[in-house]
Design a binder for this molecule. Structure first.
Ligand code: NAP
Length: 631
């Protein structure tokens, strides 16, 4: 028998440690969050005053649900094609989606701004820093909204309550909590992804005598100060923060500065790589030729997908660590088993780099140990920050290791590991319902298609879609890409959102131009797409089941893995293959490209006159959707 190698011993020891740490965190109790009926008090809008208005009765061409990035980009694409008869509805008091709600101190996007802020070339805008603040992003959306006069289309503080397809009128009937009734020809669901805040169901939370809020509803009346400013009212206060994910680590340094005493309750430490933020000049980046932004975005996407590129344009933690951990190169001739080991060792090296950073930055060895992430890099969304770790060298900051979460809240504070910590304020940096949350839950309303079936019912056993953008039986309805919904997920969400908005805008314009009244994917097109998604699905349950609980592994419940609830092309998805399909199917080339438009039309159900025409052309050209599935 061969002697075990040094790397075998290392792997075994690492696996043992990872399993030990995982075991401290698994358990059904961890996923107890208040249901939507009990969260109202935490979800009201602290930023914009609610104003009464008369109910609206209208029959627009399109209704877009969601005024975040996806809603804004879809609206712009409609306007660019001459469609200006639409409404945008949002429960928020303005544009911005994620960036409307998340105004906590320290909020920034950790995707570089020159890739993340959409339409930079058209807007002739240069982000001021490599990683933009939430405020800069929101102001930028506002610039777009003003340029395109989108405020004229916006219904704020309005929650859709139901959307029902009216087959006789061939329109969507949309009812809202403002008693609006909109009968719209097209419905676009741009409802967001991580948009439902999770409020932990901690016993006693309701009896807490101090203040408490979720980070996505930061209450400046409690903290004092303004966005990007100090929080003067916390100077003599003790504060508890629950959660150390991407949000927690961004607001904790600020709270440490602002408060008299800060208690950080950590369930699982994040892997925190270097941020290296800095101001950028008007001349950044060097490539400013026409089309530079899409090239830059696609360079980043290529690296994330493991494609070879001439140059890494972005060169940050995502490209350095995330891409390396997900796409570890396979040396020629290496067996599957050896490759798995090779990948695990590469992941270990990345995590060791993160763990040794903690040793360098945190003075107290015991505190440093608690902060160390013991799981594989791919198990959890990574974070990036340069000021977070050293916060634990301050006298007024205390880290509490609470792997199973906090026990309870009393009238005076938070209890963890049997100890009560007295605080004046509890900040819940406890995140949002997972990316794969069903679309109707993310939207908070039911959608009833042809024959009255709800989307929730239709997708009860898995998503069924065409392109991850439309679904059979729900005519004239588009939804924007979300992870696990059969489209593609790009780490830089702006990229897939921009591409999808172009497709949706282009398709609606084409359908209108062709006088098509209703269009939905046929069941055949949908089945083909589902087959594509299934066939390319890569089951990584074995790796994920050894992970610490996180959104990536359904909080440890691997039984929820379902091929249909994944992305086109496996993993995050094949962005480049997907884009080719969309380009071929989009009415971008309009009717000059007869094949494309016929191919597109053949997979849409349409009124009989039109269908006959299409059928006739089908017989002539015999074009099949399969021809368009380019690898
Ligand atoms: P998150 O990643 O889900 O983190 C939530 C944190 O709260 C975790 O540390 C979690 O512990 C902890 N937690 C949850 N329930 C708890 C409980 N009952 N008691 C104690 N702790 C509890 O949420 P997030 O930090 O808000 O980030 C959400 C997502 O927003 C990110 O993944 C990212 O996609 C996005 N985001 C992006 C940026 C950006 O720069 N682009 C910035 C912020 C957020 P466990 O880890 O044990 O679950």
């Amino acid at each position: 028998m061969n002697e075990p190698s040094a790397s075998d011993a290392l792997l075994n020891e690492t696996r043992r440690k990872y399993e030990e740490e995982r075991a401290r965190r698994v358990g059904s109790e961890r996923n107890r969050y208040l249901d939507s009926g009990r969260t109202a008090k935490y979800l009201s809008d602290p930023f914009t005053e609610y104003r009464d208005r008369e109910p609206l009765n209208a029959s627009p061409t399109a209704l877009i649900v969601g005024a975040g990035m996806a809603g804004i980009l879809t609206a712009v694409e409609l306007l660019k094609r001459g469609i200006d008869d639409f409404w945008i509805v949002d429960e928020a008091g303005g544009f911005g989606g994620t960036w409307y709600w998340n105004r906590y101190p320290g909020v920034r996007c950790d995707i570089e701004a020159h890739s993340y802020l959409p339409m930079l070339e058209e807007m002739d805008y240069s982000p001021s820093e490599r990683y933009a603040t939430g405020k800069e992003i929101r102001n930028y959306y506002d610039l777009i909204a003003r340029k395109y006069q989108l405020y004229d289309h916006l219904l704020v503080h309005t929650q859709v309550e139901a959307a029902t397809w009216d087959g006789e009128a061939s329109t969507w009937r949309i009812e809202t909590d403002r008693d609006d009734v909109l009968c719209s020809q097209y419905l676009v669901l741009a409802v967001g992804i991580l948009n439902r805040p999770r409020i932990p169901e901690v016993p006693g939370l309701g009896r807490f005598g101090g203040d408490s809020f979720h980070t996505s509803r930061w209450d400046f009346r409690v903290t004092g100060g303004k966005e990007l400013g100090a929080s003067p009212r916390l100077a003599d206060k003790a504060v508890a923060v629950l959660g150390t994910g991407a949000t927690g680590i961004q607001c904790i340094p600020h709270l440490a500065d602002a408060s008299d005493m800060l208690y950080v309750f950590q369930r699982t430490p994040s892997a925190i790589g270097p941020r290296d933020n800095h101001e950028t000049s008007e001349k950044f980046p060097a490539d400013r030729d026409v089309g530079w932004q899409r090239r830059r975005q696609e360079n980043f996407a290529a690296i994330m997908r493991g494609r070879e590129v001439e140059r890494d344009e972005v060169q940050d933690g995502w490209t350095r660590y995330f891409a390396a951990a997900r796409n570890t190169p396979r040396p020629p001739g290496m067996s599957d088993e050896d490759y798995r080991r090779h990948v695990e060792l590469a992941d270990f090296a990345i995590m060791e780099e993160h763990r040794s950073r903690i040793d360098r930055e945190v003075d107290d060895a015991q505190v440093a140990e608690i902060l160390k992430p013991y799981y594989r890099y791919i198990c959890k969304r990574p974070a990036f920050h340069d000021e977070y770790l050293s916060v634990y060298n301050r006298d007024n900051v205390r880290l509490i290791d609470a792997p199973a979460g906090v026990e309870r809240v009393t009238s005076r504070g938070v209890v963890a590991n049997g100890v009560e910590y007295h605080v004046d304020l509890i900040v819940m940096a406890t995140g949002f319902t997972a990316e794969r949350t069903p679309l109707e839950v993310r939207g908070q309303f039911s959608i009833f298609g042809e024959s009255g079936i709800s989307l929730g019912n239709k997708w009860g056993e898995g998503v069924k879609s065409f392109l991850g953008l439309m679904t059979h039986g729900f005519p004239n309805m588009f939804f924007t890409p979300a992870p696990g919904q059969q489209a593609v997920a790009t780490i830089n969400h702006a990229l897939i959102t921009s591409v999808a908005a172009e497709f949706i805008g282009g398709s609606i314009a084409q359908l209108i131009e062709e006088n098509i009244i209703t269009a939905a994917p046929t069941s055949r097109a949908e089945e083909q797409w589902c087959r594509e998604v299934r066939e390319k699905f890569v089951d990584r349950s074995d790796v994920l089941s050894a992970c610490t609980p996180s959104r990536a592994n359904f909080e440890g419940d691997i039984s929820q893995v379902e091929a249909l609830n994944s992305n086109y092309g496996g993993g995050l998805g094949d962005y480049f293959g997907y884009k080719i399909i969309l380009e071929r199917l989009t009415g971008r080339l309009l009717l000059e490209q007869l094949e494309c438009s016929w191919a597109h039309s053949t997979d849409l159900e349409m009124p009989s006159e039109r269908a006959n025409l299409v059928q006739a052309n089908m017989r002539k050209g015999d074009i099949n959707l399969c021809d368009l599935f380019i690898p």
